[in-house]
Write a protein that binds this ligand. Sequence first.
Ligand SMILES: [Zn+2]
Length: 448
Amino acid sequence: MPSKLKLYNTLTRKKEVFIPIKKSHVSMYSCGPTVYNYAHIGNLRTYIFNDLLKKSLQFHGYKVDHVMNITDVDDKTIIASQKNGKTLKEFTREYEKIFFQDTDSLNIKKPDHILRATESINDMVKIIKILMNKGYAYKTSDGIYFSINKFKGYGKLAQLEKRKKDKTKERVKNDEYDKENMQDFALWKFYTPEDGNNFWNTEIGKGRPGWHIECSAMSMKHLGNRLDIHTGAVDLIFPHHTNEIAQSEAATGKKFVNYWLHAGFLNVKEGKMSKSLGNVLYLKNIITQGFSPLDYRYMCLTTHYRSALMFSLENLNAAKNSYERLKNICQELKDDKTTNKSYLDKFEKVIEDDLDMPKALQVLWQLLRDKRAKGTYQTIKKMDSVFSLDLLEKPKIHIPDEVKKLVSEREQARKSKNWKLADELRDKINKQGYVISDTDQGPVVKKG
Ligand SMILES: [Zn+2]
């Protein structure tokens, strides 16, 4: 069956019909977090996008092999670990753990393979050696650099061909980058005393990798020389993804990635949310303000992944209200064990149009408002395999320990047929603001 799924490919600036290299299997790589701080909610938007993409592919029947890296060595992680008086490993593992707690709470499924940069150094050295042998890389006193002039078509992804190369800064040594100028970039950085204990003794010298080579090595290690899909935030197009293409294609002589997909920014009133502008919000910040992670996931679904998402607490509050209404309606649905083909087709059609989640949500709402529709429950179950909003899951309410104790005392009283005590205990539970109903599976406690 020919695929009808269309995805916007940054490489061609067009929506293209998606055709994987291997029939019904998709290889997908996503740039992961640099674990030196919390991921802010703008970063998390990109990981929600990755998750929606993967689940949409699975909805279309594809098997997806998803790889993501953890950048646990670069300038930022080294400097931050030293400031905190911790080893690089101790320091980065802490933030790695927090990252996955955040993504779990957003119902983001973990990638199939998660690779740490520090555990893939040999794979990077292998590629750098090939690049040196082929004449794409050269050695200086401080490191090994990629020569962008040697690689024909450098900057194609970013459409930078026509921009002038900066003559004054011909090399960039650090992991920060210039958004405008094309420069030779470090593949390997020779050891300096500032690196402390963070170095590897390798065939190409004592030192550590540059940032870009990490992703080329880790993606190809698991997925082979050619990938179907590579994702990231839009600000990674240049230079990070541009450099990944140059390194990988120069080394293998093959086209590295067929479809490049990029998620848009999260904007606030003042513009882009970024650490450098000091206007970032973390997931924990919005949780303290009374929002759930899934309120935020719902909000992300209301804007197309390539558009900038306007974030404000008012917008988040509106999303929270819609999401709660949606969930309440879904909770009342009865399962008639059928699906509604017409609505599922509509849903599939909008997903096929470059993952149009705002329209997919509209289809969901239409279905819920259609009083004559059959198969609503099972249809929503299928839709929620993509949305991942827990629409049919019973809410997990927090029951205080003292109420739990009263409930079990009441069960004991009922078992010994002490109805008077059982009733008294029920009153006590009600007074605490909870109601109890007795079912075949035992007592169920709800907020009153
Ligand atoms: Zn990357």
